[in-house]
Design a binder for this molecule. Sequence first.
Ligand code: SF4
Ligand code: FES
Length: 275
Amino acid sequence: MSDSDADRTIRPETSGLNSEDPEEPESDVTESTGETVTLRIFRYDPEVESKQDAGFDTFRIPTHEGMTILDALIEARDEQDPSLTFRHSCRQGVCGSDALFINGSQRLGCKTQVSELKEPIQIEPLPHHPVVKDLVVDMDSFYERMRAVEPYFDPDDPPPDELTERYQSRENREDVKLSTRCIWCGACTSSCTIASNEDVYLGPAAINKGYRFYADEREGEDRAEERLEILQEHDGVWRCQTQFSCTNVCPQDIPLTEHIQQIKRDATKADLRFW
Ligand code: SF4
Ligand code: FES
């Protein structure tokens, strides 16, 4: 299905609460009691006739100190609507599987506190991806872009045997340190208007992954040159318009725009000719 907002509000909003629940509030869904939180959750299920038109359901969830958006979603699913579908695994900001569009911004559900957000909290799937069901999106195009930069260590000269360590200088480790933090959540690429409009643009996550190996001195100069070529092909760094949206939403605080700019600078220097 299309991922546009217009297509996400076709059917009237319904409540995710069991209608026989005597505690169900009648209409004041925007008013927080301080003990509950109101969630507007995007719903879509191509296999269920009543949910083929996308829309939002409202859930009122009892809160507790430290509750995250992921906790609230789990509560909604386990206590109110077992058909509510979303991805999650580690619950501690490591696996990258619960990136969502929460109150208009890409965030990890498990790193976002309910108490920090204005109600009703609107939770949608990551924009610019086809929706599979409810909050689950198809990430294939994201993974294809990551694969395109050959995201693995690939040195010019492999070590003579598997027990020989390959040392990295402290300075070089500092250069690549932040780029290694990526958890493949896709928040940055989803936030980028260039990546969203052009499937061919590698996008910030893939470029950062390319940078991670390009800047690693242990791969060697020849491999660095090849990586620079990959990153500046027609779908590479030159499509970036330095909007900073990727850097702003990255849950790992990776300076993505800075890394893209570094690749642009190095590519320009590599192309300079003096006659
Ligand atoms: S760079 Fe940041 S926002 Fe992008 S995929 Fe990696 S962790 Fe997620
Ligand atoms: S559940 Fe793993 S990052 Fe949130």
